[in-house]
Design a protein around this ligand. Sequence first.
Ligand code: PRP
Length: 286
Amino acid sequence: MKNRLTIAIQKNGRLSDQSRDLIKKSGINFTAKGDKLLAKSNNLPIDILFVRSDDIPSLVSNGDADIAIVGENILIEKSLFKKTNINKVLELGFSKCRLSFAAPQNFSMKSVKNKKIATSYPNTVKKYLLDNKITANVVNIHGSVELTPYIGMADCICDLVSSGATLEANNLKELEVILESQAVLIQNKKLNKTKTLIAEKVISRMNGVINAIESKYVMLNADVKNISAICKLLPGSESPTIIPLENNQKVAIHALCQEPIFWETMEKLKSNGASSILVMPVEKIL
Ligand code: PRP
């Protein structure tokens, strides 16, 4: 597979749907059949590997996969205390979560000092304790971390929190965030020339898809005298296009806004004299 780029993504889990979606939106066509762990793109020299998240950093570091989408939490956990051949190339903006200490609601715990902490992220927790000169006992467990304080296995936990529903369901309160995470695109540092070119194309396309997510194309009409006030209100737009209208006191203003357009922004535009305000989604940006 010297001239085909391999992209590893999570087979099942919190990142899998959005990872597949991002690959498809980047124009890489593939069909994932049933339990097959490999899909070949039919329009680009790219193969997709469906693997466990935990294995992704080592697959990329060893060159068994060339690029991959993985949670930054996993990347950090698997890369701490060792040298890897991995570059983080893009933050993808989805699967945002945090790694936090949490303890049962009725424990009056202020700090994890001298406590027993159960976690699936032992390296990250140990690094945090080292950096903050805190002595504590770290217990490694692969799943059902939330259970450990109730069976006497630990005093508290350090686990991923996204909506907070799991902590709530297990009567645990969040004490402190030690890491913020999201999905990231990673790349093996030593790709050959052919693969580097394919990877550059994929990275540029993925970047285009991500940038488009929050971007909107805004079109509105305004009086000539209000052009400057209105342009200042358009968030993240470089240089709006001003188009004269039949009524020479009026213009149309078109702008690509690379930040969200909230109702408040539209209301401000309107009170500054804008009319016929249209906000449209953007699919891709290059
Ligand atoms: C994580 C974590 C919690 C849950 C938190 O598990 O271990 O169980 O998500 O999410 P919430 O705050 O939205 O409830 P995940 O689903 O990633 O699977 P895992 O158990 O394999 O880590």
